[in-house]
Design a protein around this ligand. Structure first.
Ligand SMILES: N[C@@H]1[C@@H](O)[C@H](O)[C@@H](COP(=O)(O)O)O[C@@H]1O
Length: 237
């Protein structure tokens, strides 16, 4: 795992955006899985600001996760956190993006649909995600199998309560639907971003603890091209 500390959130986001832009210019048909949440918002802004008109014409995006029971157009949905700042401004065509439907009546079929979509693209080139305070990647909560593809997860209390920050009013969050850790491990490049002092304790655990499924982010240490990029406030080295 490559660990890199950037002086500021701005520098971290610039690096992440430049990495994606350089990658798609060299690999125009790339498939990229991106996270929702607050962490990648400045990266998305910088990608949009610096993209050339045809950079993303043939690129495919996969949205990492979704809250079960939340409508796609809810401003707090994972979809909204990716669609509004990245997908819409880049003008990505609907057939080139996969979102989980948190309202799907058959969640297992929804997982299979996303698994099939990713497989049809030959897997993920890049997966770039944030990290939860309990070490989750996407909504792969502690205990998630490293062998799992897309699946439904039961959310820990900390995830349900921290998740309230995305919503205007109290919203019950009990389950998530997420790309699996096997997707993460099979991606050609895996990147975890973290910023701010709230993430320092979990970054310390990722750096110090052995690879184990109780701490999903340790999957990064199993990856042959895994990167943990943090700002100085989240640095725990
Ligand atoms: N579902 C999201 C994830 O997609 C995100 O990567 C992570 C970190 O969120 P944030 O970047 O807001 O700290 O947890 C949330 O629960």
């Amino acid at each position: 795992m490559n660990y890199h500390v950037f002086p500021t959130y701005e520098a971290l986001s610039t690096h992440a955006a430049d990495f994606i832009l350089a990658y798609v210019r060299n690999h125009p048909t790339a498939t990229i899985c991106v996270a929702s949440g607050e962490t990648p918002l400045l990266t998305f802004q910088k990608i949009v600001a610096n993209a050339q008109p045809d950079d993303f014409d043939q690129v495919t995006f996969v949205a990492l996760d979704e809250w079960v029971g939340i409508a796609p157009d809810n401003a707090g949905s994972c979809r909204s956190y990716i669609d509004a700042p990245l997908i819409k401004p880049l003008g990505i065509r609907p057939e080139r993006v996969s979102f989980f439907d948190g309202l799907a009546s058959d969640l297992e079929a929804e997982c299979q649909r996303v698994n099939d979509f990713i497989a049809s693209k030959g897997g993920l080139d890049i997966i770039m995600v944030g990290i939860g305070l309990n070490g989750h990647l996407g909504l792969n909560e502690p205990g998630s199998s490293f062998e799992s593809y897309a699946h439904v997860s039961e959310l820990e209390e900390v995830t349900a309560s921290v998740g309230q920050k995305y919503f205007q009013s109290e919203t019950p969050l009990t389950q998530g639907i997420t790309v699996g850790l096997k997707h993460f491990l099979e991606a050609k490049t895996a990147i975890v971003l973290a910023n701010g002092p709230r993430k320092k304790d979990i970054i310390k655990r990722v750096l110090e603890e052995p690879i184990n499924e109780s701490l999903p982010a340790t999957a990064l240490k199993l990856h042959s091209n895994g990167h943990l990029w943090v700002d100085a406030a989240a640095d725990a080295s």
